[in-house]
Structures are given as C-alpha cells and as structure tokens.
Ligand binder design. Structure first.
Ligand SMILES: NC(=O)c1ccc[n+]([C@@H]2O[C@H](COP(=O)([O-])OP(=O)(O)OC[C@H]3O[C@@H](n4cnc5c(N)ncnc54)[C@H](OP(=O)(O)O)[C@@H]3O)[C@@H](O)[C@H]2O)c1
Length: 343
C-alpha cells in the first residue's frame, strides 16, 4: 500500500483525525516548500546572480565613502575595493602612519581623493566626533562603512572581564558607531536626494552577535545590539533612498580573529569584502532576516544550516558555542603561560 493510500485509510477513520492529519500534511508541505525556496534563493545570491553595480551609489562621480577601522583587516579591504570602484574616501582609525601609507597608495593606484582621520574611537569624546564632522563637512558622501570593532583579547567569563575591556567594546562597537552614523547619515540622505542616487550604510555584525556566545558575552551583546539597531534604521531610511545593511561574518583572517591561515570556513579580508560588495542588497545566508546579509558562501551555508536546524538561540547552539570558546580559552591561556616562561 502506497504512503498516500495508508494516509487516506488512516484519515477516513474519524473526521477529527482526518482534519488533524490533513493539517499536519499541509503544514509539512508548506514548510518544505519555503525551505526549498529560501535555499534556492541563497544559491542564486551566492553563485548565480551577477555582481551588484555600485553606479547606483554614485561610483566614479566624485562621491565619498567613509570607512571606520580602515587601516587594517576587513576595513582596509572595504576601503581598497571601494576606491577601486571609483569612490573617494574618508578613512578613520588610530594609527596615523598606516592611514598615510594607504592614502598615498590609493590616490596613486586608483586616482581617488583620500582624507584621513587618526583618532582613538574608544575615547568617547566630543573632540573625536568634531574631528570626524569637520573632515566630512561639505563632502558628497553616499556610503558609510561602520567597520570598526573590538572583541575580547581572549574568550573570558563575563564575571572576570576587565572593566576597561568591557567599556572599550561597548564604546567602540555601539556608542561610537551610533554617533558616527548620526554625523554622517544626514549627509548621505542629502547627497542621495540631490544627486538622484542611493545611499548605503553597512555595519559589521558577527556570528558572535547572531548566536549568543558564552565567554564573549560583551562582544556578543554589542553585535546583537547592532543587528537590531541596523535593521530598525533600515526601516527608517528606506524612504530616504538609503540602503542599510548589517553584514554577518563567521571568522575571517585578521589581527582581531588571530587566525592567520585561510580555510573553507575562514576567508581572508579580500575574499570576504569581495563577497560582501558583490551581494549588497541580497540576503545570501540570512534569507529570513530583513536588511541583513551573510555574504561569504561557507558562512552563508553555515548560517542557513543553524537557522533551519537547532536555531541560533537554542540551548544546543549555546552549549556547542560555549565548549568551542572554552577550548580556545584554554589554548590561549596555555600559550600566554608559555610566553611568560620564555621571558
Ligand atoms: N575577523 C573576524 O573574524 C571577524 C568576524 C566577525 C566580525 N568581524 C568584525 O569585523 C570588523 C573588523 O574586524 P577585523 O578583524 O578586520 O579587525 P582588525 O584586523 O583588528 O582591524 C581593526 C581596525 O580597526 C581599527 N581600530 C581598532 N581599534 C580602534 C580604536 N580604538 N580607534 C580607532 N580605530 C581602531 C584598527 O586600526 P588601528 O589599530 O590603527 O587603530 C584597524 O584598522 C569588526 O567590527 C569585527 O567585529 C570580524
């Protein structure tokens, strides 16, 4: 007897059972269909659709892009790949020498104008924000990349987190990101209106914020905050013709991640930023989330898998994440002890 015959035989036993079985069947079909559709949409985004054109944001028309945390890692790649697309730049980070080197490199290689602002974003001072405001004054800015971020130096229990580390993470990842956006976004809105193009605000989120992450609790909370804030801002600025996106990433090789070797799961900043800019406006691995993108293919699949199995906020995900970061902590502490012995 086929499955359908068995099903009909069972359903014919009582009216109630009939309704219940058909409801379960229809719900199953609906769930399977949405899963297949969103998986197909992810595959299209990641592998089949052509790269998004940045002419919609004013590429090669003298427009400016502001990048925070621009002197290294992912931020440096955002700056380089946006300069390559024909955007002038305002680069913000701490180390003046690195910023000066990038300015002369980008200006000579890509023929763009580069302004630099050297400041410590963890110092939440009016002078910092005035310096950014002064540098950006009068510029036709269409893109802001809120890239700067700080994590814990090693995974650490929340109750043992040093106050300075806790305050720096919150100031850099949240307060300063919001303040800089308040300074730059009005110019983006105005430039988009006057130039009849679109504006773009990208903010670096993290899997650390997507999944509540034990032993990185403060970082995790700060990135989760950015997710909600950015999606809310996306709703507000949509009617002003400004796209707002939170960019979700698993590990990328950088000074912050302390990972040097690339692998299937860990791209370098060039690969990560290429995937991000190619797919702006698409969801990739974040199919069910508004104004959110998980752009790198293996991160996207991982995000999709977690979301459609145990769920990002589940007990199981939390426990796996805890044991993963516990082992990183043990190794980091052993390494620190070895280094201390050698000195
Ligand atoms: N790498 C990853 O695995 C990963 C994963 C998920 C999300 N993310 C996110 O991606 C973003 C970039 O991370 P990354 O790995 O590229 O970091 P990174 O390589 O450590 O680079 C950080 C950049 O920010 C600047 N910076 C750091 N502290 C600063 C401060 N107090 N004031 C001003 N500038 C400061 C640094 O330059 P100076 O030192 O010269 O100031 C550098 O240009 C972060 O928001 C991070 O949370 C990274």
């Amino acid at each position: 007897m086929s499955f359908l015959n068995q099903f009909q035989a069972l359903a014919s036993q009582s009216k109630c059972l009939n309704v219940a079985l058909w409801s379960v069947f229809c719900l199953g079909v609906l769930k399977a269909t949405t899963l297949i559709l969103s998986f197909s949409s992810m595959i299209f985004d990641l592998f089949l659709l052509p790269a998004v054109s940045f002419s919609q944001y004013g590429a090669k028309k003298g427009k400016y892009c502001v990048v925070t945390g621009a002197s290294d890692g992912i931020g440096k790649e955002y700056a380089r790949q946006l300069a390559k697309r024909g955007f002038n730049l305002v680069l913000i980070s701490r180390t003046l020498s690195k910023l000066e080197a990038l300015k002369s490199d980008f200006e000579s290689k890509y023929g763009v104008q580069v302004r630099i602002v050297s400041l410590d974003i963890s110092k939440d001072t009016p002078e910092n924000y005035e310096a950014i405001s002064e540098t950006c004054k009068g510029l036709p800015i269409t893109i802001l990349v809120n890239n700067v971020g700080q994590s814990h130096s090693v995974p650490v229990p929340f109750l043992e987190t040093e106050e300075k580390e806790l305050r720096d993470i919150i100031t850099i990842n949240t307060t300063a990101t919001l303040m800089i956006t308040q300074i730059v976004a009005p110019t983006i809105v105005q430039t988009a209106k006057e130039s009849k193009c679109k504006g773009l605000i990208l903010t670096m989120g993290s899997f650390g914020g997507l999944l509540p992450t034990p032993l990185l609790a403060t970082y995790s909370g700060s990135k989760a905050f950015l997710q909600s804030w950015s999606a809310a801002l996306a709703g507000e600025l949509k009617e002003k013709n400004v796209d707002v996106e939170i960019v979700l990433s698993y590990l990328v090789t950088s000074a912050m991640s302390k990972v040097r070797r690339t692998s299937i799961m860990i791209p370098n900043p060039t690969q990560f930023v290429y995937a991000t800019l190619k797919n702006i406006g698409r969801r990739c691995g974040a199919q069910e989330r508004y104004a959110t993108i998980t752009p790198y293919w293996s991160h996207a699949m991982y995000h999709f898998f977690i979301e459609n199995t145990v769920g990002v906020s589940s007990k199981v995900a939390n426990a796996i994440n805890y044991s993963f970061h516990k082992s990183i902590r043990v190794r980091a502490l052993k390494k620190a002890a070895r280094q201390a012995k050698q000195q």
